[in-house]
Design a protein around this ligand. Structure first.
Ligand code: ASP
Length: 431
């Protein structure tokens, strides 16, 4: 890591600590209902955070498009892309399924649903009833699982897909364009790749500027959330939170750390030291998409993953691979079933693993992106979806936490694939 990027990582991490510390202190001192604090959090802190988020989101479409198309063209030839693509998808699916199973096993073991008394349940549900109704309506709009969902991956209009934030459609088009570019005669291929490369370079410049704001943006985002957080709900849902956050921590530090050590030969100490800025960005933005430029930069600059590989694996991961989300889905679905007094048999629990993997793949990498899909899973297994209201009051906290393994999983995937291809430098030789 260069001295400059190490300094930037430290500043972003500091922004997170200062924002969270100040938010928690103001919350404790003034109370989350204090008018002045609410004004400052919503009109100053949140706005600085939103500016940072907007700059990151602005760059997602050009970065996904150019890095995937260049990645595919750079990997050279359909057979190689197909092989690496299959490995990537298999890796993502296996780690996601493991995460969902881990979440379910933890709920089975600790039974947090039993800790929710009926009176507390009614109170929590009343507080978030409207929000839950909104999520259910969103889920109904999406029409559940069908073959049309697969068909919709092929966009009728790639520009519209990009404009609508339809990442799967955009990815499909970028992959095909990269493949097609690879087959063109050199005289046609070179200028096309040069243009894409120049757009990617300019986009990277803009990210560099946006990241100057990162310490303030990160501080603003976490300050707003922590200052306005009604802490009393933490007590009511302590058992659920302990299981969800504990499971996410195990997935992040034990499972992903261990897999990275085993398969990419990068020890956990190195992995987590060099991903501090990445983890802080994911935690504060709650968005895999907004974190994507940082994930790419971390893979290339901190670990030396070659650009074509990182550009191929990481944008796919940001959309398809959500370890933290799958674990959370397993936890929340089983927890709500427990609250409803249902003991799901093993076969249904396996169905929950499968549905969690599918919905984690389909969830958008934005704050709360998985919530409408959880409604669908609850419906499929016969749990009343309006029970989701129970956990919505603390969902932002869990969302911040689950986005960290989501993006770390993408990075670890890129490291493992690069190691498997013999293209990852030793950890001692920093790029
Ligand atoms: N916020 C998550 C992400 O962007 C998605 C979710 O689980 O809601 O990765």
């Amino acid at each position: 890591m260069s001295g400059g990027s190490r300094g930037a990582a430290t500043r972003i991490f500091l922004g997170l600590v200062v924002g969270a510390g100040a938010g928690i202190a103001c919350n404790a001192w003034l109370g989350h209902d204090h008018a002045g604090l609410r004004w400052f959090a919503s009109n100053v802190a949140a706005k600085v955070g939103e500016l940072f988020l907007r700059l990151l989101f602005m760059i997602v479409v050009p970065i996904v498009f150019t890095s995937l198309a260049l990645g595919v063209a750079g990997l050279g030839g359909g057979a190689k892309v197909g092989r690496i693509g299959l490995k990537t998808i298999a890796w993502f699916l296996l780690t996601t399924a493991f995460a969902a199973a881990l979440g379910i096993a933890m709920v089975d073991w600790f039974r947090p649903g039993d800790a929710v008394a009926p009176a507390m349940r009614d109170e929590l549900m009343a507080a978030s009833r409207e929000e839950a109704a909104k999520r259910i309506a969103q889920a109904q709009g999406s029409g559940g699982f069908s073959i049309d969902m697969l068909l919709a991956i092929v966009p009728k209009n790639p520009v519209k897909a990009a404009a609508d934030g339809d990442m799967l459609g955009l990815i499909f088009f970028a992959l095909l364009l990269g493949l097609a570019a690879g087959t063109l005669p050199e005289a046609q291929k070179r200028p096309l790749l040069q243009v894409l490369d120049a757009i990617a370079a300019a986009a990277t410049k803009i990210i560099g500027w946006a990241m100057q704001l990162a310490p303030f943006g990160v501080a603003g985002l976490v300050f707003e959330k922590s200052a306005l957080f009604g802490a009393s709900i933490l007590q009511s849902l302590a058992a659920y939170l302990a299981v969800a956050l504990g499971g996410l921590a195990i997935q992040q530090f034990v499972v992903l750390g261990g897999l990275c050590w085993l398969f990419a030969k990068v020890p956990p100490t190195v992995l987590f030291r060099r991903t501090r800025a990445l983890m802080a960005t994911a935690f504060s933005t709650s968005s895999s998409n907004a974190t994507l430029p940082t994930t790419l930069a971390t893979a290339e600059n901190e670990f030396g993953v070659p650009r074509d590989l990182a550009g191929f694996v990481i944008p796919l991961g940001a959309t398809l691979n959500m370890n933290g989300t799958a674990l959370f889905e397993g936890v929340v679905v089983l927890f709500l079933a427990q609250v409803a007094g249902l003991d799901l048999p093993l076969a249904t629990q396996l169905l929950v693993v499968l549905l969690s993997v599918l919905t984690a793949v389909g969830a958008a990498g934005v704050p709360g992106g998985s919530l409408p899909l959880i409604v669908t899973v609850l419906q499929q297994i016969g749990v009343d979806p309006s029970l989701l209201a129970l956990v919505l009051g603390v969902d932002r906290l869990v969302d911040m936490a689950r986005t960290v393994p989501n993006v770390t999983g993408d990075l670890v995937g890129a490291l493992v694939i690069a190691r498997g291809e013999g293209r990852l430098p030793g950890v001692a030789s920093r790029p």
